[in-house]
Design a protein around this ligand. Structure first.
Ligand SMILES: Cc1ncc(COP(=O)(O)O)c(C=O)c1O
Length: 374
């Protein structure tokens, strides 16, 4: 079930005999600026919440968040990360035939297979920068007879973003098909709110919203699903009691009350990422035979020059306590692909220089001073 994920920082730390905090994790797609200012201090003050049960049905959390994202609480479900919803989709929606727009995050396929469904894939091509051809996709949806389509927007690991209007048009062309739209990385997109399908009003659109990435709190495990009322109620019915723990609920309280300050934080994140992605792209662009794909998200997909293999590059950086994502296990990619998430300006420069060195000489990278501070 968890085989499709990337490098495991705990495993690498064990292998290298160091602490996970001593590893610079460029494979992790969380906000490079860390959590919003004040959130960790708020949690430190609320540690006693761990001594009490959280609200069993997350009602307070839903009310607070519904105001923040502008949907009615009946259309919102909160769970133990969006992962909880991904794995309950096949049963709750009684999926019989699924089509996954890829190459993409492996959990949609894993969730289908666990439920005994063999999903089909619609793979976007490298020649199109992995931007899905929506005309062909529409034809494939019809031909496949799929009742459920999974699409991650912007997509992990390609970074490709389908404009909201085009995506809504696609959904309208197939009124009997359910579309699961994973918007976990949309908060990193400038004007991402306008690109969201959360308020699209379409009957069969289910949106996943992770707050692990933008607020850098993957360890707290909170995620949301937004859907028309009846679909949301079906997911709520199968939720395990206390699915969002007390500290996660305390974090959500903080976020819901932060209002404008949170908007400022997200805007700063987008500015930082736009700048660092562009710089990294320019630096890597100088390596002969290497391609960096345009990305709207917090990471970049890189096609390595032919002399480099993702597994070897992964190992070279790992030895230096830097974790990158070897993308060879993504269905539709190959051993030529890696994914990296920009961190500090210094770390990004170091990474680009070392990858260039590796491409030129086959020499392993030298240690980044203070790697873990990235
Ligand atoms: C596309 C995508 N969706 C969902 C998730 C799961 O996130 P969470 O369960 O923390 O909300 C991830 C995690 O990496 C992801 O990349």
């Amino acid at each position: 079930m968890i085989g499709g994920h990337g490098g495991n920082i705990f495993e690498l730390a064990r292998e290298l005999g160091c602490r996970p905090e001593e590893i610079l994790d460029m494979s992790s797609n969380v906000n490079p600026l860390g959590p919003p200012p004040g959130l960790l201090e708020h949690l430190a003050r609320r540690l006693d919440a761990a001594t009490r049960l959280p609200e069993v049905d997350n009602r307070g959390l839903l009310e607070a968040f519904s105001t923040l994202i502008g949907v009615r609480p009946e259309r919102l479900v909160a769970g133990n990360g969006t992962t909880q919803f991904i794995y309950s989709i096949p049963a709750v929606l009684t999926v019989k035939s699924a089509l996954i727009v890829g190459p993409t995050y492996s959990d949609y396929a894993d969730a289908c297979r666990l439920a005994g469904i063999s999903p089909r894939f619609f793979l976007s091509s490298q020649a199109r920068g992995f931007q899905p051809d929506l005309g062909r996709l529409s034809a494939e949806i019809r031909a496949s007879g799929a009742d459920t389509v999974f699409i991650c927007n912007p997509n992990n690991p390609t970074g490709a973003l389908v404009p909201a209007d085009a995506l809504k048009r696609l959904c309208r062309e197939h009124p009997n098909v359910r579309f699961v739209v994973d918007e976990s990385y949309l908060p990193f997109v400038p004007d991402g709110e306008a690109a969201s399908l959360v308020r699209c009003g379409l009957e069969r659109v289910i949106v996943l919203q992770s707050i692990s990435k933008i607020f850098c709190i993957p360890g707290l495990r909170i995620g949301f699903l937004t859907a028309p009322r009846e679909i949301a109620a079906a997911f709520a019915r199968v939720l395990r009691p206390w699915s969002v723990n007390s500290l996660a609920q305390a974090a959500a309280d903080f976020l819901a009350q932060a209002g404008g300050a949170l908007e400022g934080f997200s805007a700063e994140t987008r500015r930082f990422l736009t700048k660092e992605r562009r710089r990294l792209q320019e630096r890597l662009g100088g390596i002969a035979g290497l391609t960096v794909f345009p990305s709207a998200a917090s990471f970049l997909l890189i096609r390595l020059p032919p002399q480099l293999k993702a597994g070897e590059v992964f190992r070279c950086f790992a030895k230096e306590r830097v974790l990158i994502r070897d993308c060879s296990n993504f269905h539709g990619l190959s051993e030529r692909y890696i994914r990296v998430s920009p961190k500090t300006a210094d770390a990004n420069r170091w990474f680009a220089e070392r990858l260039a060195e590796l491409a030129a000489t086959g020499q392993p990278p030298r240690r980044l001073a203070g790697a873990a501070t990235g």
